[in-house]
Design a protein around this ligand. Sequence first.
Ligand code: KMH
Ligand code: ZN
Length: 273
Amino acid sequence: MPTLITVAPTGAETTKGACPTLPTKLSEVVETARRCEAAGAAMIHLHIRDAEHRPTLDLGRLRAAVAAVRSETDLVVQLSTGGAVTDSFEDRLRVLDADPDSCSLTMGTVNFGDDVFANPWPFVTELYQRTQELRIVPEFELFDLGHVAALHRLLDTYGLPAGGKVHCDLVMGVPGGMPGDAPTLVAVVQALPDVVTSWSATGIGRTTLPVALAALSCGGHLRVGMEDTRSFARGRPVRHNVELVERAAQLAGLAQRPPMTTEDARELLNVKP
Ligand code: KMH
Ligand code: ZN
């Protein structure tokens, strides 16, 4: 099975001041998307920024970003509905009106460093039902084993997602969430509902490589990017997201699971044409 590589280039937490190479302008996001596609990425997980480089869920900017990435690449476009920890549920629900191929959907509340990333059950279910109505394929974000239990409950109660495929992403190593190591990854994968058709994993910070290697060896896919790590190696900052995608593609190749094409990714997730 080839490897789906998702690039998460920007996130909502890192400031441009702290990391000037972070793609925050639309032109930088598009340039990043093109280079990462050429290096083996098939999906992009997008957070966008305003003119002052601050995270925003402005619908006009979201629509412009979706359109720009679509016109310049064939990447599957996934918008974050997680946003920043300060974003309202209302704004996070409205993200779907930008009509992405896919959206992230976090399966529960989690401590997030010094903050709380709030995802109460009524919000999760409302967001999920909107994805079903709008035929947007959710990626279920799992920050903890309890989120897997919530995923069982969601699918049992509301049925399968748009397109019928069930794709998850294990977000590991967040301070407050599950640790980013192989035993934890195996425990989560073993607990996934039988209807899950694919899953990827990402390790935050120094857990990036252990998580990627464990995911590949367990049949999973990879998410990499400056949303999740700004360090390529000890003392060596990431200069461009493409470095992380290139390394993921190398690891996938070594595992005899080379990067998946965008066409194959569309089929894997069954996003609408
Ligand atoms: N920025 C985090 C609070 C997602 O994109 O859905 C949430 C996050 C998850 O990044
Ligand atoms: Zn995100």
